[in-house]
Design a protein around this ligand. Sequence first.
Ligand SMILES: CCCCCCC/C=C/C(=O)SCCNC(=O)CCNC(=O)[C@H](O)C(C)(C)COP(=O)(O)OP(=O)(O)OC[C@H]1O[C@@H](n2cnc3c(N)ncnc32)[C@H](O)[C@@H]1OP(=O)(O)O
Length: 283
Amino acid sequence: MLRSVLRASTTRLGVTGSRFCSSAADKLVITEVDDKTGYATVTLNRPPVNSLNLELLTAISETLDDLQNNKSRGMILTSSSKSVFSAGLDIMEMYKPKVDRMKEFWSTLQDVWFKLYGSPFPTVAAINGHSPAGGCLLSLCCEYRVMCQNYTIGLNETRLGIVAPTWFMASMRNAMSRRDAEMALTLGTLFTTDEALKVGLVDEVATSKEDAIAKATAFLDKFKKISPQARSMTKQALRSKDIMELEDNRTQDIDLFVYAVTQPKVQKGLEMYLEALKAKSAK
Ligand SMILES: CCCCCCC/C=C/C(=O)SCCNC(=O)CCNC(=O)[C@H](O)C(C)(C)COP(=O)(O)OP(=O)(O)OC[C@H]1O[C@@H](n2cnc3c(N)ncnc32)[C@H](O)[C@@H]1OP(=O)(O)O
């Protein structure tokens, strides 16, 4: 049975059986912990496309703190949308930005990356929809990716005329061969589910969200007989170089982000991209 843990930002709510309280629908991140397995299902819930703004990133960051403090046995990351896992960073955070907010936004994204990429508990992304750019990054931070059919995923930044930060690249390189990661990053490839499986960007394909959650659960079950401490130390040792690289360069990384995003050419590119997105959705 599902337990008590529904959390969004700093608010705790109760839950009965597997049903959410009505107010849960308003929360940016919904967390349910299964009493039997101890696994947490963390659902991104910012309609329409789970674009990652400061508030959603803060809610994710706080959720990850909660899971770590409660010694979570495992996490499944998914989305409440029927067709989008996450549309990536909210472009409105970068278009005509206020510098203070932009710095906080980027610093919070870094926090989420540290906490998710380096989490002691095992993590799986149940990717039940499109997952471009920052959405792909969230899934790459997890140890395993199960993706539903007929969606797209990838770090498509070069297609927007921008450069993915080195820690985005490192996360992709951790999942795929160096060669495939280089091709994918330079071309800004958005892979279909089947293509993503072929290059190792995702580990399994699912027929529905339920199937994805079941496969994610089966992955977490594999660790039942493994010492959690040995497991987490091994994971963190393998990822420590990437983590230390960003730790040593946090401020420079924020400064570079602010500098790059505020360039007139980049602002123009973002404006055109937003217009194209809006024109598409108006059709
Ligand atoms: C220069 C230094 C840079 C530093 C590095 C920065 C690294 C950047 C990482 C990023 O994540 S940038 C964001 C990249 N994201 C994308 O390219 C995805 C864009 N979105 C889509 O392709 C599609 O929306 C979708 C995800 C495939 C979903 O398609 P669907 O048809 O279901 O929805 P839409 O009708 O397209 O969208 C609905 C609504 O949402 C708005 N929207 C979509 N994505 C974003 C976004 N990333 N940020 C803000 N808003 C977004 C879209 O405009 C529609 O709005 P309305 O017209 O309804 O107002």
